[in-house]
Design a protein around this ligand. Sequence first.
Ligand code: GLU
Length: 319
Amino acid sequence: MSQTVRGRYAPSPTGELHLGNVRTALVAWLATRAAGGVFVMRVEDLDPPRILPGAEERLLEDLRWLGLDWDEGPDVGGPYAPYRQSERYPRYREALERLAEAGRVYGCTCSRADLRRLASAPHQGEEGPIYPGICRERGLPMDFGATGSGRCPALRFLAAPGTVCFEDLLAGRTCEDVQSQTGDFVLRRADGLYAYQLAVVVDDGAMAINQVVRGADLLGSTPRQIQLQEALGLPRPAYAHVPLVLNAEGERLAKRDQAVSIRRLREGGSRPEDLIGELGASLGLLPKPEPLTARELVDTFAWERVRREPWRVAPPAFS
Ligand code: GLU
């Protein structure tokens, strides 16, 4: 008997949704709906200084306007509530304590600046210098309580040796040796904030998510997340990393690409069915853009049909 698909979209309320964000949300939603699954909306407001007031309401409203719906989420509730990361800190703390009991966490006082200065950290990983394990044997005290002083050590995950590989539904087979290519990574920062890597693994596990669809910018995080899942005894979901949307200059869309913010497109008179048609065609699900509702696109969905290349937004369609 096959398992019910539990898919999710996990936006961070740090700005307006742009075409790239909703294209990923659409794939996550289509893949879940086409499988008759349950779609979960989780708001990743983990980093308070980056959260914009009102952004959560606006992004949920934009997604609904497009015709997406969810069975569980911060505004509709559900069996795995709360669906906002800012309300889930005790769960992250509990996971950290479990990892510490298993000997997989250590305190670290190295700053990014320290690491850059060190001759022993010559290589750049995806998120800065590869951590060479300086604090690993120091046995620094660990404080799991809420902090804010900036004086507590950060907490790092002791990465396991060996290569992690997974089959991504869109990116194909992807492998990384976490220990040598990223190093032991931070689970909680010195200012007390939990790291995305920890929160996402804890939440996907707790919410029984078995299909993770997200932007290709997070492909490189997945081997770290798989190591965390294994250390916490959580099952591994299926992964699909959706190729990015590029602007006319061939750069990844950013918040400053105002022309492709969903709000701007709405204000400029775009209708949801126009956008869905353009997105459907860009994904390879329609031969050419034609006005369509998100629901009408569900039957066209198959992983094999989804384009593997980044999509370059061609003005004037979206200007
Ligand atoms: N919150 C992340 C973002 O908005 C997505 C995390 C995920 O899907 O794993 O980029």
